[in-house]
Design a protein around this ligand. Structure first.
Ligand code: GCU
Length: 341
């Protein structure tokens, strides 16, 4: 992983150096549009971005050539957000978790047990009244969110300790994403938070630097974490979306007509990724159970939920701007109350 990452970074830097040398990454006729992400080429996110690439190439191929860079080839998500900020690349996919360090408004979607069900989550994320104030909050930082992607439900998984209640997390080092909200969540649940980038997790699990992590089912199979971790507990603590962000200068430089086509492309990313996601999670669960011998546990979620509640209060008290959004989300929670597994 590490070796691959270094090569990736090297190739990425070489590519970017070339971009600078050749001026804005344009070939003779077309401007190259670079999109980076940290998933494999089997992942729903990559499949959706490939569809975006084809759509733009079909509709604006005389002007733009989209290139998709998977598997942290251009660096970790944090690296890629910074490259998108400066315009060294044009788009990347970042977990909502790490975006809160660029704008506090993103904290809201990192709150544990924010959404009562998958339906409440999807409907809220599809409502511009909910997402607009967040997606545009990083304009000054040089980028804007253009759509969201499903990343399922995050649950704890460990090498050898079944997690049945928050008490089982005590003394365990659990990898979390690099976000203050996630670190605080782990503190409230009693575990020891170990923040690190996604690409580092497999090696950290294998070498016992950490005892476990938390993520959706795909991390078990697509990232191999299920080869090492044998217990996956559906405590359902978070539904954290992934976000497609784009460099502002690039987006603003598009003509109205081009922009309309790019916007259709963003919609396509959202639709295809969500469709693929449902199948991918089902397959991941089956594979983890049958081929990796991962045991799935279904603990009572209430004690986890109660432990995390103070985080809702502190985040809302520190950012009045997200209170109306939080209230709007509660309306969706009332409409779609039950947690669908
Ligand atoms: C999920 C999510 C990624 C994120 C990763 C992580 O896979 O889709 O965007 O980077 O979790 O835990 O870091």
């Amino acid at each position: 992983m590490k070796g691959r990452k270094k090569w990736g970074l090297l190739l990425g830097s070489l590519g970017l150096a070339l971009v600078t040398l050749t001026g804005c990454g344009s070939t003779d006729q077309t401007r190259i549009v670079r999109i980076g992400h940290n998933q494999s080429t089997n992942h729903p996110t990559h499949i959706a971005l490939e569809a975006f690439k084809d759509y733009i190439n079909e509709n604006l191929g005389d002007k733009y050539t989209v290139e998709v860079y998977p598997s942290e080839l251009l660096g970790s998500q944090t690296d890629m957000v910074q490259l998108t900020q400066t315009g060294a690349i044009d788009y990347c996919i970042a977990s909502n978790a790490i975006l809160e360090t660029f704008s506090k408004n993103y904290e809201i979607f990192n709150l544990p047990y924010l959404f009562a069900s998958t339906e409440a989550y999807h409907n809220a994320m599809d409502d511009p009244e909910v997402t607009d104030p967040i997606f545009t909050a990083t304009e000054k930082a040089g980028f804007t969110a253009v759509t969201w992607l499903d990343a399922g439900t995050r649950n704890f998984y460990t090498v050898n300790t079944p997690i049945e209640s928050p008490a089982d997390l005590k003394g365990l080092k659990i990898r979390v994403q690099q976000s203050p909200t996630n670190i605080e969540m782990m503190r409230l649940l009693g575990g020891s938070a170990t923040p690190m980038g996604f690409g580092e997790v497999y090696t950290a699990l294998q070498s016992n630097i950490i005892d476990g992590a938390e993520n959706n089912e795909m991390a078990l199979t697509d990232n191999g974490h299920g080869d090492v971790c044998k217990y996956y507990s559906y405590d359902m603590h978070q539904m954290v979306p992934d976000i497609l962000i784009g460099n502002n200068a690039f987006i603003e430089g598009l003509t109205d007509e081009e922009r309309a086509i790019f916007e259709e492309g963003y919609k396509l990313v959202n639709e295809i990724q969500r469709e693929e996601w449902v199948k991918a999670v089902e397959n991941a669960k089956e594979k983890a159970q049958n081929e990796q011998n991962v045991q799935f546990l279904y603990p009572d979620q209430e004690p986890f939920k109660e432990a995390c509640q103070p985080l809702h209060e502190s985040v809302l008290a520190n950012n009045a701007a997200i209170v109306p959004i939080y209230e709007k989300i509660q309306e969706y929670n009332e409409l779609y109350p039950s947690v669908a597994e």
